[in-house]
Write a protein that binds this ligand. Sequence first.
Ligand code: HEM
Length: 205
Amino acid sequence: MSDALFSAIPYVAAGAAVAGGVRRLMARTPAPTPAAPTPWTPPGRAVLAGASIVALNHVLGLLAPRVMQAFNASPGRLFTLEAVSLIGGLLLAWGLAGLTLRRARDGQWGAAALLGLLLTQALSGIYLAVSLRWGSAWYVHVVVPYLRSVLAFQPDAALLAQAPFIVQLHTLSGMVMLALAPFIRARPGPVAAPLLVTPREETAG
Ligand code: HEM
């Protein structure tokens, strides 16, 4: 992939994420009446558990690479971290697949498409973790320097440019996914009222 992509995509994605977040804050969604809580469904729980584990692995390497390096210095701990991360990734993918199907069944195609993209990202992460083992060990040396250079506004993808294509793709598409996050509703939207309701039925009760 070209240097221009590594330099431009993070900032375009960050701009889109900020715009999406502001738009979401400004959009005045009327309070649902009556305020019936949406039940927290099994796929939702799997997404939450899987996402927490995957996010922890991703963020720890970025924020505290030395801690991660020290932790991974023991083969037993490295193996455990990799196994737990993989289980988290599988939980996340399973949960996302359930949520995507549910939204598609409800005809919420926009939400289904966004969740489907997230699912693709999770699947590419699982493929990456399985095909290029001990990811949490090389992540801090290959990907984290690039991410930190981006945060310092001096993007330098020298190391990442030599990494296998799947690493480059998962990293750049990961940024695009983070930009899309503000557009994803965590819970289903209000269920539309039945079309065939007579005025009498509406006021009854
Ligand atoms: C800039 C953004 C991202 C970077 C640099 C990145 C990098 C990586 C790396 C290096 C791995 C291999 C880790 C290992 O084998 O231990 C991985 C795995 C994975 N990634 Fe990402 N990723 C990013 C965003 C995302 C996002 C947004 C998702 C959400 C769907 C995601 C989901 C996964 C999953 C499910 C795995 C496999 C489980 C695991 O080992 O943690 N990644 N990612």
